[in-house]
Design a protein around this ligand. Structure first.
Ligand code: ZN
Length: 258
């Protein structure tokens, strides 16, 4: 399975998955259709699946146009997103499996950003590592805003993702990394891995390179929203109850304008 990362709109990433053996493709969170159609055209591939993580317009905006072009493509989304995702045909729950390109993806129910949000995890195979498509739940250096969920829900969602192998690649849906790391440094100043990551990320952005994908291991070491149980983050939050630690740093990030 090859993964193509398309940068669209202001800061969105859309992912086209391509299986060279069958020359079929799937797309994760098509914000808009045109760049996806161009990529499919370049590959000469047939679109067979749309994997949506949640209903926001910058994740499903391309569904209708893509379905017009590829009427046989199957649209997947969360069970609780019924009536919110255009053309949705499959209503997934945590623990469900979907398949593409000879690989199985496990579905995680990860509410917090929205109440229906799901993520797709392709477990490693003999020749490829694990791949996580997590929409607006986990970002490089941060996490999604809590539009429809509580801090406790988001913490539980991120805790599920935290259990994945460290080398799992994390394909998040936005390029928010520099802003996230600026905030992270305000609550985790002495974290050497984080300081080093900021330098690397800034250099990448200056070269015009994406910082996505990241990995679960890097997020565990440097993302404050994956580190609610570390002494450094608890000290910064002034409290050691996980939900409250999480709520406090999420609140600080909401008001952060670095
Ligand atoms: Zn969203």
């Amino acid at each position: 399975m090859n993964i193509y990362r398309l940068a669209v709109l202001n800061d969105n990433y859309v992912f086209v998955l391509h299986d060279p053996d069958t020359n079929t493709a799937a797309v994760v969170d098509p914000a808009i259709a045109e760049p996806v159609l161009a990529q499919l055209d370049a590959l000469g591939a047939d679109l067979v699946a749309i994997f949506n993580t949640h209903h926001h317009g910058d994740h499903v905006g391309g569904n209708s146009t893509l379905i017009k072009k590829f009427p046989n493509a199957v649209v997947y989304g969360g069970q609780k997103d019924r009536d919110r995702i255009p053309h949705q045909q499959f209503f997934l729950r945590g623990g469900d499996q979907v398949s593409f390109g000879g690989r199985e993806a496990q579905v995680f129910f990860v509410p917090g950003h929205t109440y229906a949000h799901i993520a797709y995890y392709f477990a490693p195979t003999n020749d490829q590592g694990g791949e996580l498509f997590c929409g607006d739940t986990l970002f490089a250096g941060g996490c999604g805003r809590l539009f429809e969920g509580t801090p406790a829900e988001m913490l539980a969602s991120l805790d599920q993702l935290r259990q994945l192998p460290d080398d799992t690649r994390v394909w998040c849906a936005h390029e928010y990394t520099i802003g996230n790391l600026k905030f992270a440094l305000t609550v985790d100043q002495d974290n050497f891995d984080l300081q080093e990551r900021m330098v690397t990320a800034q250099a990448m952005r200056q070269r015009g390179e994406p910082t996505v994908p990241t990995t679960i291991g890097l997020e565990k070491r440097t993302n404050p929203f994956m580190r609610w149980d570390t002494a450094a983050i608890q000290r910064s939050a002034g409290i050691d109850i996980p939900d409250r630690v999480f709520a406090r740093i999420r609140g600080q990030k909401d008001n952060f304008s670095g």
